[in-house]
Design a protein around this ligand. Structure first.
Ligand code: KG4
Ligand code: ZN
Length: 335
């Protein structure tokens, strides 16, 4: 049995998370969500970093206690080094550096987006591991990418958004409908009782493997403004249909591009990752794609969590790829 124990730390946005992995097995994965942002309609960076400071020690203590290990059994600490909010990243990275120094164990820096992709390699009966090479549609609040993954550590972006991320498209649309932040899960929920074809919105015309969602947002706002002028109850009376139609449009844009990428590369192994991969309609649409091998992560590994950082750290650990104490966190860390 592999005995390598890694502590993972994730603090790139508004979730403070710590996880303990033994090899590919998750012993604990603790997440503290920050409710403070709800009323502002988006994450407030200064409030996020303050909340991380309050959460980080209790979250790490809980992860160690739930894993039922002793602190000196930890072989290495992996943390998110970017991309993300600078103040938030600094809390996790400073903690990780202090921890590594204090315990005299290796420090491993992880790119948040690699973490989302590598969450597929966590041992879990409900998840099968993708075969290499595979394409990963990585869709979150800050990113939308198609990544060609050749090995655990060798991957490259072959398509990405030129404006908003898919999660942003969900959240901004939700805001227009008067829903709370983050609106993605709410649109998912209200869509269940809506007609996906009730409203149609313009599709972007981007020729390569890149995405664009800004036109969709304008198209939604134009419809809402026009209809609300006629009837101020329009949103209330059509909330389910609006959500279902918006969700359908976003998911169709994603599916079209991943199919195009599959055709271009000849790769039939397709995975999804990131917060938007929790979307039930996207998951359903993918499950109908019989000619492809589809890999869908468990819900708890879709949105931000430290288990994904620990598993990415584990593969870097096996490769002796360690960080120095002077490694600088980067809000725009390169892939
Ligand atoms: O990966 P993630 O937790 O954080 C970032 O790295 O950004 O992704 C958060 C994003 C948010 O935009 C949120 O609205 C979206 O994922 N999201 C969803 C769902 N669950 C989370 N979007 C659509 N449907 C969902 N069920
Ligand atoms: Zn994320």
């Amino acid at each position: 049995m592999n005995k390598t124990i890694i502590l993972g730390i994730e603090s790139s946005c508004d979730d403070t998370s710590a996880a303990i992995l033994r090899g590919n097995n998750v012993l604990s994965n603790v997440i503290a969500n920050q409710k403070v942002h709800e009323k502002y309609g988006g994450v407030v960076p200064e409030l996020a970093s303050r909340a991380h400071q309050q959460n980080i020690i209790p979250v790490v203590e809980e992860a160690i206690s739930k894993a039922n290990i002793k602190i000196n059994e930890i072989d290495a600490i992996a943390y998110t080094n970017g991309p993300g909010l600078m103040g938030s990243l600094l809390v996790g990275s400073s903690f990780a550096k202090g921890f590594s120094l204090g315990l005299n164990i290796p420090l491993i820096s992880v790119n948040h987006m690699h973490g989302h992709i590598l969450s597929h390699f966590i041992n879990d009966d409900e998840m099968k591991k993708p075969e290499f090479p595979f394409l990963c549609l990585t869709v979150s609040g800050g990113h939308t990418q198609i990544v060609l993954v050749e090995t655990h550590l060798k991957m490259k972006i072959i398509g990405q958004t030129i404006d908003d991320a898919a999660g942003e498209a969900f959240d901004k649309s939700a805001k227009v409908l008067g829903l709370k932040y983050p609106g993605g899960p709410l649109i998912d929920k209200y869509s269940l009782d809506g007609d996906v074809h009730k409203f149609t919105f313009g599709k972007p015309k981007i020729k390569n493997l890149d995405f664009s969602f800004s036109g969709l947002k304008t198209s939604i706002m134009n419809l809402i403004n026009k209809e609300m002028m006629k009837d101020s109850e329009f949103i209330n009376q059509n909330l389910n249909h609006l959500c279902a139609s918006i969700q359908h449009s976003i998911v169709e844009i994603l599916i079209d591009k991943i199919l195009k990428a599959s055709k271009q590369t000849g790769i039939k192994n397709i995975a999804i990752a990131g917060g938007v991969s929790a979307n039930s309609y996207l998951r359903k649409r993918l499950s109908y794609m019989d000619e492809h091998n589809i890999y869908i992560p468990k819900f708890e590994y879709c949105t931000d969590n430290a288990a994904m950082i620990a598993i990415a750290g584990y593969y870097k650990y096996l490769n002796n790829d360690y960080a120095m104490l002077n490694e600088v966190a980067s809000a725009r860390l390169k892939f």
